[in-house]
Each structure stands twice: as structure tokens, then as C-alpha cells.
Design a protein around this ligand. Structure first.
Ligand SMILES: Cc1cc2nc3c(=O)[nH]c(=O)nc-3n(C[C@H](O)[C@H](O)[C@H](O)COP(=O)(O)OP(=O)(O)OC[C@H]3O[C@@H](n4cnc5c(N)ncnc54)[C@H](O)[C@@H]3O)c2cc1C
Length: 457
């Protein structure tokens, strides 16, 4: 199988719409090719794909970070592994994300986590978050994956004065309970970190990182293939029947029998059974990438080239492109517009200009979206269904380190290894009677969150 990295022309800038025009909604009726910027350097391969073998020790459904990380461990342990994906391997969130790598420990305030889970479990969960962040760096080094992984640090801007104080207390707790180093940057010092006055100061987590997700995915995929696993694109599982000690996976024109199955489909989960349908809520998230910005402007806006976010419920986040002076901006997609309509991205341009008004004439070159997998308790989950199907999913938008870690953990569990134990094991994967309405309700919940952000509720 040939290399999965296809290089597109550097001149290829698909959109070319000034941020200010997009922010005013002029592009409302324009359509966009919705190509992720990352695919310029590492596009998922379009095949062709041979039909997989009819029998396997393990079938992994989903060829994103979770599935590949698991397949690597399983194939190296000598298992006959078949990885299948409904699209091209890498078609899902793994090559569409913002490339911001964290521990996931900011999902809940430490005090909230302790209230929910008790102090001992909370500390275990926080420590495993740090392990995930360190683990992805180790894997990238071991596998020699060239994906611009950098411990660039994360600045998180406070959208209100009281958010600043809340963050400061939380970071004290994070240090006390899990030994995480961080510091607060006051509003007076903020310009050393960011060329914007939007924030009331912010927090700095110096160990958080960035990478090129397309290249990270391509590197993992090559490692998995080298380890002996078979990877097949355009192979959508339409149903699974389980009986005795084996599972039968049905595809459009064939079936595969496997001793073990791993569902690694996260926000793209479909056709793999009611257990998952009731537990995962797909939420669309979007990204923009600008053209190259002159170096002197860029140096003022992001002098330390970190990754950045804010404290609002309807969160936006941004970063520089690896080794290029382009801004990559992310946030929730507009649910009322399709992926290919520029209207889906108008609010991202507005947030970008609120933060950096000087960029009004800078053109947007790429706009795209993808699906993140949310859970009802906002924790990620790994384990086994009553039918004996393994799963790892539900990263709630912080999935680069978590999916890599959960893929490895679930594979170790499948091999019966003690190292497969995780602090996330006993959390229980909640379903909700509300699941049938959860997806349609997302826009209303988001609109309510926006109101609360504006009103400070
Ligand atoms: C726009 C966006 C920005 C993000 N930004 C960040 C970020 O900056 N930092 C961060 O940590 N996380 C981020 N995330 C989240 C992160 O990308 C995901 O959590 C992570 O990639 C999940 O990996 P995965 O392998 O579990 O799933 P995915 O990469 O989504 O792969 C799942 C695969 O399953 C396949 N599939 C589904 N059903 C079937 C079926 N029936 N048969 C066969 N195949 C099937 C799909 O085709 C898909 O390719 C972002 C996500 C998005 C969408």
C-alpha cells in the first residue's frame, strides 16, 4: 500500500474571502468545498480498497486515532487485526480537529470533580489526564512521527473578571491535587501573551501542546500497516450480530467474523447498535484557516505561538498553523447551515475579529467542520457492552490525547493485560431516555448557552 501522505499545491487556497465579509454574512449563500487545511499536507487516501478477509481475530471499526492506537497495540501483540472505516481512513474528526493537545483536565473544575466523584477518584482521573498528555508525546517520539508536536503551552483568556478569579482558584487546586504547574497572567501583562484586549487576563498551562493532526494520523496509520494490520476504507459496518464467542459484522456486500470487535467511531457513530446510539450525541464543530499573515502582525498577535482558548460556555479556540503565519480558528458550527454553506462559519469570523480586529482584510482560505462525540455525563468512556463488544469513545471535544490513550488502554484490556486498567473504568456509561431528542435539541441548548455567556449567568 502506498504512502497516505498526498501533498497538495501550496498555492491552492480554496476560498479567499476576507474575514470582515464573512463576519457580515455576505457569503451566506456561497458554498465552500469544506476541505480541512490539514489535508493540504496529509490528505486521507481515497483508495481503492480491496475487500477485507472474511475472518479476523479483531475487527476495529473506525480508523481515527482511537482505532489506530488500539490496532497498533493489538497487531504488535500478534493479533490478526482488520481496521475498517466507512469513509477514507482519517475521514472523521481525527484529521479535522484544531490540533490543540491537552490533558482533558479542564473539562470540570477540580472542586466540581471532587464533589461528583469523591477526592480519591478525582485525583486518579486528573493523574490519568496528565498521563495521556505525556503518553502522546512518547508515542510520537517512539514511532518517529513527523507531525510538528510542540509543548507550546496554552493561554486561556478570561471573558469576565470573575472568570479570572475562578480559573486562579482552579489552577491552585490542580497543583495541589495533581501537581500540575501553571500560572495566571494578569490583564496588565496579557500583551506579552496575546495581541488582544478582549480578555480579563488568563491562565497559562505551559505543558499543553500542539500538533499537525493530519500528519499525526498519517504517521499512526503507516505504523499500524507496518505492524501488520489490514486497513480498509469505504467499508461501512451496517450491523453486528453477536453470539457465542464470535461476532458477525455485516457490510454492504460481505461479512466478517471476528472473535473481538472494537467500536471506535466516536462522533461518527452509526449502524453499530442501539447501545451506542443511546449514549453518544454527535455535535458539529467547525474550523477556519486564514491565508498567510505578514510576520510583523502575526508576531504581535501570538508572540509565543501557543494554543489559545477562552472561558465561555460556547467556547472558541485558535492557534497558529505549524511553521506558518496562518491563524486557525475553531468553535461550534452553526447547526442551521449545512457544512458546505459559508453561513456555517460566519460566527467564527465574528469571534476572530472581536479578538483581533486588525485582521479584517485577511482572507479565509479554508473552512470545514467535523463531528465530536458528546456523552450525557461529559466523561469519555471505554469498556465492553453486554454483548461483549469493546468500545472507547465520547471525548467531548478534547480527544487527541484521550483517543490515543483510550485506544491503547482498550487494546491492553482486550489482550487481558493489567496495564489496561483505567481510572475511567468504573464510571458507568450513562444512556438517557432523552437520547432521541438530544441531537435535535443541540441548537436550542447552544443558543441558551450563548445568552448565558452574554449575560454572565
Ligand atoms: C472540528 C473539530 C475540532 C477539534 N479540535 C480538537 C482539538 O483541538 N483538540 C482535541 O484534543 N480534540 C479536538 N477535537 C476532537 C478530536 O478530533 C476527536 O475527539 C478525536 O479525533 C476522536 O478520534 P476517534 O478515532 O475516536 O474518532 P474519529 O476520528 O471521528 O473516527 C471515527 C471513524 O469512525 C468511522 N465510522 C463511524 N461509523 C462507522 C461504521 N458503521 N462503519 C465503519 N466506520 C465507521 C467514521 O467514518 C470515522 O472515520 C476536535 C474535533 C472536531 C470535529
Amino acid at each position: 500500500m502506498s504512502s497516505f501522505i498526498e501533498t497538495a499545491s501550496a498555492e491552492n487556497e480554496p476560498l479567499g474571502i476576507p474575514l470582515s465579509e464573512l463576519a457580515e454574512g455576505w457569503g451566506k449563500y456561497w458554498s465552500t468545498p469544506a476541505i480541512p487545511f490539514w489535508w493540504r499536507a496529509a490528505a486521507p487516501s481515497s483508495g481503492p480498497w480491496p475487500i477485507p478477509a472474511r475472518k479476523a481475530d479483531v475487527v476495529v471499526i473506525g480508523a481515527g486515532f482511537t482505532g489506530l492506537s488500539a490496532a497498533l497495540v493489538l497487531a504488535r501483540a500478534g493479533r490478526n487485526v482488520v481496521v475498517v472505516d466507512a469513509g477514507a481512513p482519517g475521514f472523521g474528526a481525527s484529521t479535522r480537529n484544531g490540533g490543540q493537545v491537552g490533558s482533558g483536565n479542564q473539562k470540570f473544575r477540580v472542586k466540581t470533580l471532587i464533589q461528583m466523584k469523591g477526592e480519591r477518584k478525582a485525583v486518579e482521573l486528573l493523574r490519568e489526564g496528565i498521563e495521556m498528555l505525556d503518553g502522546i508525546e512518547t508515542l510520537i517520539k517512539q514511532e518517529k512521527i513527523d507531525c510538528s508536536f510542540t509543548r507550546c503551552g496554552r493561554f486561556r483568556g478570561a471573558m469576565r473578571r470573575e472568570h479570572y478569579d475562578g480559573m486562579a482558584r482552579d489552577l491552585d487546586d490542580l497543583k495541589r491535587y495533581a501537581g500540575v504547574e501553571s500560572c495566571m497572567i494578569s490583564r496588565a501583562e496579557q500583551r506579552q501573551e496575546i495581541g488582544s484586549d478582549l480578555f480579563y487576563g488568563g491562565s497559562l498551562l505551559p505543558r499543553d501542546a500542539s500538533l499537525h493532526p493530519g500528519k499525526y494520523h498519517a504517521g499512526l496509520l503507516n505504523a499500524v500497516i507496518k505492524a501488520g494490520a489490514a486497513v480498509h476504507g469505504q467499508a461501512a459496518v451496517r450491523g453486528i450480530t453477536s453470539g457465542g464467542a464470535k461476532h458477525t459484522l455485516c457490510f454492504d456486500n460481505f461479512q466478517i467474523q471476528a472473535r473481538d470487535v472494537l467500536v471506535a467511531t466516536n462522533g461518527y457513530t452509526r449502524d453499530v447498535g442501539a447501545f451506542f446510539r443511546k449514549r453518544i450525541i454527535p455535535i458539529r464543530s467547525a474550523q477556519l484557516t486564514t491565508e498567510t499573515i505578514p510576520a510583523h502582525t502575526f508576531d504581535e498577535l501570538m508572540p509565543k505561538r501557543r494554543v489559545y482558548g477562552n472561558t465561555n460556555r460556547v467556547f472558541f479556540y485558535f492557534r497558529p498553523a505549524p511553521d506558518e503565519n496562518r491563524l486557525i480558528w475553531g468553535g461550534r458550527a452553526n447547526h442551521f447551515a449545512s457544512d458546505s454553506a459559508l453561513a456555517a462559519y460566519v460566527h467564527l469570523a465574528r469571534d476572530a475579529l472581536r479578538t483581533f480586529p486588525v485582521l479584517k482584510d485577511v482572507k479565509v482560505s479554508y473552512a470545514w467542520s467535523g463531528l465530536i462525540g458528546y456523552t450525557f455525563d461529559e466523561f469519555p468512556h471505554l469498556g465492553r457492552t453486554p454483548d461483549g463488544i469493546h468500545y472507547a469513545m465520547g471525548y467531548c471535544g478534547t480527544g487527541i490525547s484521550r483517543s490515543t490513550h483510550f485506544g491503547r488502554k482498550i487494546a491492553l484490556k482486550m489482550l487481558g493485560k493489567a496495564e489496561g486498567r483505567s481510572a475511567f473504568d468504573e464510571l458507568g456509561f450513562p444512556s438517557h431516555f432523552f437520547h432521541a431528542f438530544a441531537k435535535p435539541a443541540v441548537p436550542a441548548v447552544e443558543a441558551w448557552y450563548r445568552v448565558r455567556d452574554v449575560m454572565g449567568l
